[in-house]
Every structure is written in structure tokens, then in C-alpha cells.
Design a protein around this ligand. Structure first.
Ligand SMILES: [Zn+2]
Ligand SMILES: [Zn+2]
Length: 397
């Protein structure tokens, strides 16, 4: 810390966080014990709204079904920074054995969104105190249904980007690959565009003993699945990571029948718009080639899903500087992009955005997200509060 900076917010943010940390952990355990799936976050949203009321922060509920949006107005005019946390749980049977384990059988906060929600409540409490020093507005976005159910799109459709209109956006994800107290960032593309395709291969059914009287869709589908491997190996530049995965292939009923159809389901993940275009075109062309060559019909339904999540330096650089100022230079390191997806990308497609990685592993544990035994380190809440609050101060400085 530079002692020359007389108005250094570091110790104030640390002190305010320490005062509320135990209470935040209680809230987190309550949310953890009562996980709710996407668009069902009624109880969780109720906890959020009650906390915002207690903090005297004006807010609206029911945004995008179960979303909550709060506003902290700074002492001076300036841009609007959204800070977003997701609230939904996963359909996983929890096996942690914790005293506050899920009481909703078959549902679990295995992606740590209980940590995110609680962290944003902590950020709200700290920034409420520091609001007079902010030049601009903080919009607290508590989002439903991140896990593939369209929660961010629902909030955008409900007008979350407007009134007041968001200029920049920040979010976090807990990261069990890093210890609590450490942070990570990526500049530029950080999470993949995620698309889905269905291909129905239509042939002509008949007796397995007389294949020449049929058009076999299973053999054609098998050829197509093999050819799809060439999209990555022979069509997209080796400098651009792409995944083409066939996750399901279904056709036929028994030993002695050649069926009429065989269907293929798959996903394409890309970090680059050009690679995405190439992959989509190649899948359609290869399917047309198999159709022509093997006398089948191939119907391709290619659906673009989440866009690429690009972290924008306009938010990344001040946030990283803020975290270095708060915790020291070694607390945050530059990491690599990966081919997972995240619907914050929809917001970051509209305004400059940044997803901060917040280390959450406990000493001695090797946890993974979406795992039934996931136990994030609860200290990651306090660290996340300090990091995001300091980043907001820096961005709205
Ligand atoms: Zn997840
Ligand atoms: Zn998640």
C-alpha cells in the first residue's frame, strides 16, 4: 500500500468487510441449505431483497422472473457499473456431509452461486457505506437461471440494461483450481461461444439381411460422425481452439432391422468468431456430402447459443489494478481462456465486461465445479467482497 495515498480506501474496505463477514457466511449457509433451480429462486431472491431493504438500498424484484436489481447512487455523477451475481443451483444430489448441506434433495449449489450471491450482498453493504465517494452508480444484478436456462436473456428482455442504462459490467466466478485469496483474469476472449446441432439422417428401412434394398442411415451417420472430427483437425486454424463433440447418436431398435432414421446431437465451442463460422459451415457441408454420397437425407439444425465472453480491458485493467492495490501484486495472475460457457457473455456483448476469477479452494482439497462433493472455501466471500468493492471504487473513482 502506498502511504502517500492519504485517501487509500484499502483499510476501510477491509475493515467494513471484516465487520460483516460472519453474517455473510451465515447467509451463504442458509442459501446453500435451500438451493433452488433456475427461475425457481423465490426464497433466495427473498433473502436478497430482505438484505437490500435492511441496507436501505432501493431495489426491484421479479426482473426476469426471479431476478433482483438494486441501485447504489454515488455522491457524484458518472457511469453506471453493473455488478452481477447468479443465484441458481444445479440438479445434483449433494454428498458433502456438511451440517448445512442441501435440504432440497437432488438440488445443490455445486457451482458456488451461493458464494456469488452472498459476495454481491457483501459488496452492496460495503459500497452503501462508501457511496459518497463514488462518481457514478452501481447496479446490483442478482440473476436467476445461469445454468443453461436463459436467466441473463430474461433479465435483458425485462430491461435490466436500462433505467439507468449500464455502461460497464463486472461479475465473478469462484474458482476451485485456485486457493482462496488468489484471483485470476484473462484479457480478451475468456469463455467460449457454445452452439448446439441436431442432425437427422434419413434413409429407407428394411430387413437387415437385405441391406441393398434399404438406405442405411446408421452407416451414413457413423461416417458423418467420423468426418466431423476433421472440422477441428483440417478446417480451423490450429491457432484457434475449437471443440466439436457428438454427445449422442441414436437410431434403430433391434438386431435385424435397418431403421429409417438415425439422429446425432452435438455441441461446438469456439473462442473466435471466424472459427465459429467455419465450424458451422463445415458441419453443414459435410452433412450434405454424406447425403449425396450415401443416398440419405441429412437435416441439420444448427443453433447458436451463448456468444463468446470477451473481457474488455476497459474493465479488466482498473479491476486488476484495484485488486493489486488491495491485496498486493501477487494476489492476481493472468490465466488462460477455456471452452466453458457463461451467460454473462450476453451482457458483456452489449457493454464492456469482465468476469473475475475468485480462488475458492480450501487447503488440502482438490475440488471441481458441478461436483457433488464441492466445498468452496468460505473465506472466498470476504476476499471477493473486498476485490469487487475496490474494483468499483477504482472504476467509478
Ligand atoms: Zn455451473
Ligand atoms: Zn457457475
Amino acid at each position: 500500500m502506498d502511504p502517500a495515498r492519504s485517501n487509500d480506501p484499502g483499510p476501510i474496505i477491509r475493515g467494513l468487510t471484516e465487520q460483516i463477514e460472519a453474517g455473510l457466511i451465515e447467509i451463504r449457509r442458509d442459501i446453500h441449505a435451500h438451493p433452488e433451480l433456475g427461475f425457481e429462486e423465490v426464497r433466495t431472491a427473498g433473502i436478497v431483497a430482505a438484505e437490500l431493504t435492511r441496507l436501505g438500498i432501493p431495489h426491484q424484484t421479479g426482473i426476469g422472473k426471479t431476478g433482483v436489481v438494486g441501485l447504489i447512487e454515488g455522491g457524484r455523477p458518472g457511469p453506471v457499473l453493473a455488478i452481477r451475481a447468479d443465484m441458481d443451483a444445479l440438479p445434483i444430489l449433494e454428498k458433502t456431509g456438511l451440517a448445512f448441506a442441501s435440504e432440497h434433495e437432488g438440488k445443490m449449489h455445486a457451482c458456488g452461486h451461493d458464494i456469488h450471491t452472498t459476495t454481491l450482498l457483501g459488496v452492496a453493504a460495503v459500497l452503501r457505506q462508501l457511496a459518497p465517494q463514488l462518481a457514478g452508480t452501481v447496479k446490483l444484478v442478482f440473476q436467476p437461471a445461469e445454468e443453461g436456462l436463459g436467466g441473463m436473456q430474461a433479465m435483458i428482455d425485462a430491461g435490466v440494461m436500462d433505467n439507468p442504462s449500464i455502461d460497464m459490467a463486472l461479475t465473478l466466478h469462484n474458482q476451485p483450481e485456485m486457493p482462496a485469496g488468489q484471483f485470476g483474469f484473462v484479457r480478451g476472449p475468456t469463455l467460449a461461444a457454445s452452439d448446439r446441432f441436431d442432425i437427422v439422417v434419413r434413409g429407407k428401412s428394411g430387413h437387415a439381411a437385405y441391406p441393398h434394398t434399404t438406405v442405411d442411415p446408421i452407416v451414413a451417420a457413423a461416417h458423418l460422425v467420423t468426418q466431423l472430427q476433421m472440422v477441428v483437425s483440417r478446417e480451423v486454424s490450429a491457432m484457434h481452439p475449437v471443440v466439436v463433440t457428438v454427445g449422442a447418436i441414436t437410431g434403430g431398435t433391434t438386431y435385424n432391422i435397418i431403421p429409417d432414421t438415425c439422429s446425432i446431437k452435438g455441441t461446438v465451442r469456439t473462442l473466435n468468431a471466424r472459427a465459429r463460422d467455419i465450424a458451422e459451415a463445415a458441419i453443414k457441408r459435410l452433412a450434405a456430402g454424406v447425403a449425396e454420397g450415401m443416398r440419405v437425407q441429412c437435416e441439420v439444425d444448427y443453433r447458436r447459443g451463448m456468444p463468446i465472453l470477451r473481457n474488455d480491458d476497459k474493465v479488466v485493467l482498473p479491476a486488476v489494478a484495484a485488486i493489486r492495490a488491495q491485496f498486493g501484486d501477487d494476489a492476481i495472475t493472468e490465466g488462460e481462456a477455456n471452452l466453458g460457457g457463461e451467460d454473462f457473455a450476453l451482457m458483456a456483448n452489449l457493454v464492456p465486461g469482465f468476469q473475475l476469477r475468485v480462488g475458492s479452494s480450501q487447503p488440502g482439497r482438490r475440488d471441481r465445479l458441478h461436483n457433488s462433493a464441492y466445498q468452496p472455501d468460505e473465506r472466498s466471500i470476504g476476499f471477493g467482497v473486498q476485490a469487487l468493492a475496490r474494483a468499483a471504487m477504482e472504476i467509478l473513482g
